[in-house]
Design a protein around this ligand. Structure first.
Ligand SMILES: *Cc1c(COP(=O)(O)O)cnc(C)c1O
Length: 472
């Protein structure tokens, strides 16, 4: 064995291939509007099969260009509004190259990237209105951030939890009807059990705090230990926001930890009015889960768990065996270590792409783009109302617009038509809506977290829906 196989013998040739890749990637990003989603080819598994042989960087680049780059998820296109997906940033191109060169392990130790993650945490903390002394960690996304937050919440009421487990204690948590599935998953994963997640009814699209108090009292009387209420800043279905100030008051009265699922909606904090006030009170939360990869447009994956009290954050996760002990100086220094704030020991560098984005464009540009996304959802709502047979499911509150293409049809026919239209427009590359069920009707849904979208895109998309609605 020579062990030479991975060594680059010819750097000039390798540089040429790497530059070819970079140029193609930049081309694709610059011309994102020419590249809607397209179905993957039928033989994609065969194309991607790994034969284990060395084909060289040139062959790898060739195949990435022909078989990988065209078959993206469509979310970089200006008329992509399906689900809630981020649209990616040109600055990610710069950051990802640097990330690969540095190959930082962000679990701990004394190197620059960890200090950068602290800067990102600190900027986000301040943007959300959490006090100094709050702490945070970059994670895969809101799903993981939710698990981290709930574990800390659980430690507050069960201080022996890490040693003894939850035992026979029955914890109960509360969230509004329509809370995202990530909350359910976290409750299941932590062994709290989905039966112990109470869905509180909404009034005017917001958690009914009177009903919440009644449910907490009933659970207490039945021997449970209520510990957590989850507020939503930006609901997946309609983009609704709980009254977070009212919820913070209720949580204080009831002795509950207030967690806010702000996956995308937390970023209304940096938008203009009237959207900013949707998330008023978010800074009073005990914890916030949010994503950079949705409404801050940063490339996947990137979310954050923010906790009001660093001591509570550490109490839930800090634990280092002797071989990981820190030191005053040297590479083993650099306290605090992020492995004491979350699940992972080895961690990738998510900080640099956030930092590069903010450094490149400035925070105000993100506030503007978020505001524009909300305005576009309003415009879409107006266009829907101007089409005499279309109808909105509900008034547009933030960046989500849900509607039916033919309110005049019976329920089943409407559902079939809306689903058909979503599919047709995805396949034609004209626009990507997803669907959601409102009452009994499957409707078209746009969640606009896309800095490339403009009014003309909304107009073209609604015109295409109208055309298909007439054809159907
Ligand atoms: C997307 C989303 C989540 C889950 O976040 P991930 O980053 O996909 O893990 C949770 N809550 C809401 C409201 C969301 O939109």
């Amino acid at each position: 064995m020579t062990g030479q196989g991975i060594k680059t013998q010819d750097w000039e040739a390798f540089r040429a291939e790497a530059r070819r890749m970079l140029e193609a990637a930049l081309d694709q990003m610059q011309t994102a509007s020419d590249h809607p989603w397209q179905p993957v080819p039928e033989d994609i598994d065969a194309r991607y099969a790994i034969d284990g042989m060395a084909h060289g960087a040139g062959a790898a680049v060739d195949q990435i260009l022909s078989d990988v780059m065209p078959y993206h998820g469509g979310n970089t296109h200006p008329r992509f509004w399906g689900w809630v997906q981020g649209s990616g940033l040109p600055s990610d191109m710069i950051a990802s190259v640097a990330v690969a060169a540095v190959n930082a392990n962000m679990g701990g130790r004394d190197h620059g990237a960890n200090y950068m993650e602290r800067a990102v945490v600190n900027w986000t903390r301040a943007s959300m209105g959490l006090p100094e002394g709050a702490s945070g960690i970059l994670v895969t996304g809101t799903s993981q951030a939710t698990v981290i937050a709930f574990q800390a919440a659980r430690l507050r009421v069960l201080s022996g939890l890490r040693k003894t487990g939850q035992g026979g204690v029955r914890l109960t948590a509360y969230a509004g009807e329509g809370v995202h599935n990530a909350t359910l998953k976290a409750v299941e994963l932590l062994g709290i059990g989905s039966d112990n997640l109470r869905k509180v009814p909404l009034v005017g699209g917001q958690i009914d705090c009177t009903a919440l108090a009644e449910m907490v009292a009933a659970d207490k009387a039945a021997g449970a230990l209520p510990f957590l209420v989850v507020g939503t800043a930006g609901s997946v279905d309609l983009g609704l926001f709980d009254d977070l100030n009212a919820l913070a008051d209720a949580a204080a009265d009831l002795g509950l930890w207030l967690h806010v699922d702000g996956a995308f909606g937390a970023w209304t904090r940096i938008a203009d009015e009237p959207y900013r006030s949707l998330s008023d009170g978010i800074g009073r939360a005990d914890s916030i889960a949010l994503d950079f990869h949705k409404w801050m447009y940063v490339g996947y994956d990137c979310g954050m768990a923010l906790l009001r009290d660093e001591a509570e954050h550490r109490a839930a996760f800090a634990a280092r065996p002797s071989y990981l002990e820190g030191a005053e100086r040297g590479l083993a220094g650099g306290e605090p270590w992020f492995c004491d704030y979350g699940i992972d020991l080895s961690r990738g560098n998510r900080a640099l792409k956030v930092w590069t984005a903010l450094k490149t464009y400035g925070a105000a540009a993100f506030g503007e783009a978020i505001t524009l996304n909300c305005q576009l959802a309003q415009v879409m709502g107006q266009q829907v109302e101007a089409e005499h047979r279309m109808a909105l499911a509900a008034p547009v509150v933030s960046n989500v617009c849900v509607f039916t293409a033919r309110a005049d049809l019976p329920v089943q026919a409407q559902s079939d038509l809306n689903a058909h239209i979503a599919q047709c427009l995805q396949e034609s590359g004209e626009a990507v809506f997803s669907t959601t069920r409102v009452g009994d009707v499957v409707m078209l849904r746009a969640a606009i977290t896309n800095h490339r979208s403009r009014v003309a895109d909304v107009q073209a998309a609604i015109a295409a829906v109208a055309r298909e609605a007439d054809a159907g």
